[in-house]
Design a protein around this ligand. Structure first.
Ligand SMILES: [Zn+2]
Length: 484
């Protein structure tokens, strides 16, 4: 048993009654309706994923079981990240409760959604009246149970907010007990840079007096490679100052994005999609747009580094942007503009260095988070891959540390006081997996293959995976923000 707290592995029984853990230790004299012989397996807390894109899945009849996550041993997910969480927190939680879900789930209210609600796709500075309206929406979301506020300051329209505007909204989230989760303004060299973004996030923590969590921490693109060391120093210093600063990370060298988000400059998106299409067609704007897109493509590592993984035009899926440009006999940026005009496409963007991934992973404030989205293998593979590649093959972190950074550490950052550790009285989110055989099967070619090696998954005391098979249970709960 690895209990998730960071303590070393030991032999122990885990007893469950109702939805709680009632025994951790010697269960030889206990009576039970069902006994699972987990010898040879690792028994640990169910994993907690602080960043997943499953709002639609959880609200749909076909995917509400969240099996992509159950098969990785994940029993709790948090969604609504990147500034995209819904305005209606209470209704979202109520829907999940009413229809049933396969894992526990919590949600953020999104700053991007809130800004769009109040200001549309305008890139203007918010007036004090608009700030007041946005603050009221954030406060209501957190009161209704949102974990806090997420931002996607890289994306439109979230990116149109100044730091000061974000701080005002973060204060509203803090006042009602929420935390701040951020896809930062820049993980590369697009605007304020990776280090500038970390400084901005730390400033938000300090001035809004709110715990901050950095989503999918990374040094994105060749110009940012190597900056993990300086980024880590900034965060360590902030933590030493007493600020709550944490981060999550997925163990892949490609990020998931879209052609639009990765290449189009944000000014071109101001006013929304119609305005973007008009600018693409405007001969007085197009040269500037093309030039900046060429720069952005360099930042991403060139046209070979963008692999189309989703979108309306199925014939493009599985092709690199370079290949599409060659086939169409146009430049990569012209090919990208065609894709944007035709409704856009999702990309896997191969832009991280292994050294930076490993540097971040070794930090004791970095937890596992999939950022799972359709078309990228991280949705089905993240937690299994971390053990297979970074524990078993490369030995970058220990198994105890991988479990801790996927459970107890995450529970602590999210302030879940009774999940994430195997302890008497805690909720019975418990898994058993084969530490040598656990593996991600999802690849960029076949991104939706479930992980293997997780034999048992218990969610709130009920078996969801039994002997490696999904039981059909919808034992997850809609989780409101825990008190802090
Ligand atoms: Zn993100």
């Amino acid at each position: 048993m690895i209990d998730g707290s960071g303590s070393t592995a030991r032999a122990a029984d885990v007893g469950i009654a109702g939805d709680r853990i009632v025994l951790v230790g010697d269960g030889s004299k206990a009576q039970a309706a069902r006994v699972i012989d987990a010898r040879g397996l690792v028994v640990s807390p169910g994993f907690i994923d602080p960043h997943v894109h499953v709002l639609e899945d959880l609200s749909s009849a076909a995917k509400k079981s969240n099996e992509a996550y159950l098969f990785q041993g994940v029993t709790t997910v948090v969604t609504g990240n990147d500034g995209q969480g819904p305005i209606q927190t209470g209704a979202t939680l109520a829907k999940w409760k009413q229809q049933g879900i396969g894992t526990n789930a919590a949600v953020y209210i999104g700053q991007g959604t809130v800004r769009r609600e109040v200001m549309g796709m305008s890139d203007a500075a918010a007036s004090s009246e608009q700030v007041a309206k946005m603050k009221a929406l954030v406060a209501r979301g957190v009161e209704e149970g949102a974990m806090g506020m997420s931002t996607g300051l890289y994306y439109a329209p979230g990116s149109y907010a100044s730091t000061e505007e974000v701080i005002e909204l973060a204060k509203a989230a803090a006042a009602t007990g929420g935390i701040y989760d951020s896809h930062m303004r820049d993980e590369d060299t697009y605007s304020i840079g990776l280090l500038g973004s970390i400084r901005e996030t730390i400033r938000i923590a300090r001035e809004a007096k709110i715990p901050v969590h950095i989503s999918h921490i990374k040094a994105l693109g060749p110009e940012a490679w190597g900056k993990s060391t300086a980024a880590i120093e900034l965060i360590r210093a902030a933590r030493a100052e007493g600020l709550e600063v944490t981060a999550d990370q997925y163990p892949y060298e490609a990020s998931g994005s879209s052609v639009t988000a990765s290449l189009i400059p944000r000014w071109a998106e101001a006013g929304g999609n119609g305005a973007l299409l008009a600018r693409i067609g405007d001969p007085s704007v197009r040269p500037k747009l093309v030039h900046e897109m060429e720069e952005n493509l360099k930042r991403r590592g060139g046209a070979d580094s963008l692999l189309i993984i989703s979108g309306g035009d199925r014939s493009l899926i599985g092709k690199r942007l370079s290949e599409i440009a060659r086939e169409k006999r146009v430049s990569p940026v012209e090919a990208a503009l065609e894709i944007v005009k035709n409704g856009g496409a999702g990309v896997a963007s191969f832009n991280m260095s292994e050294t930076d991934i490993e540097n971040f992973m070794r930090e004791d404030w970095v937890m596992t988070g999939s950022d799972g989205s359709e078309g990228h293998p991280r949705k089905y593979g993240t937690f299994a891959r971390k053990v297979r590649v970074y524990v078993n093959e490369k030995k970058i972190v220990s198994l105890v540390s991988a479990v801790h950074s996927s459970s107890g550490l995450t529970a602590q950052a999210l302030h879940f006081a009774d999940r994430g550790v195997l302890r008497e009285g805690y909720f019975a989110d418990v898994i058993a997996f084969d530490a040598a055989a656990i593996a991600d099967l999802a690849t960029y070619e076949h991104p939706d293959l479930p992980a293997t090696g997780v034999k048992y998954v218990v969610v709130n005391g009920r078996l969801a995976i039994d002997g490696g098979k999904y039981t059909g249970a919808l034992a997850g709960r809609a989780l409101s923000r825990p008190p802090r």
